[in-house]
Design a protein. Sequence first.
Length: 126
Amino acid sequence: MSGDLPGRYAATADIHRGPSPRPRSLDDKLRRARFLYRNMCYFVTVVTIERVQTGLRIERNTLKVLKGLAEYLDVSLGNLVEGIVLHAFEGKSPFGQPTLTKIDQLKAVYGLVLTATDAHQLKEQQ
């Protein structure tokens, strides 16, 4: 094949024949899989929304835990609350076990003792 090409192109013609005929080792396959995983593109449907500013009243220590969790997850407080609400509307848990463990740590740090059974039974101080 390289004899068909003139001068300087003759040496490079062998490069373009395709993949090596040797079977790939497990290391080669793992390296390729890691490369593909790191460089994956995700195709998602983007939903355009309109956000509004709201003055939400919430228990002080609950807010501290939410702010700490938002910082830990590197999301805004609004995005965290939206995610929690949307999961709750579908009856799904918004957090996995590692995040629940972090929430327990944050609750201990900020002294949050309220539970789901306390919801709708809270009375504000006057």
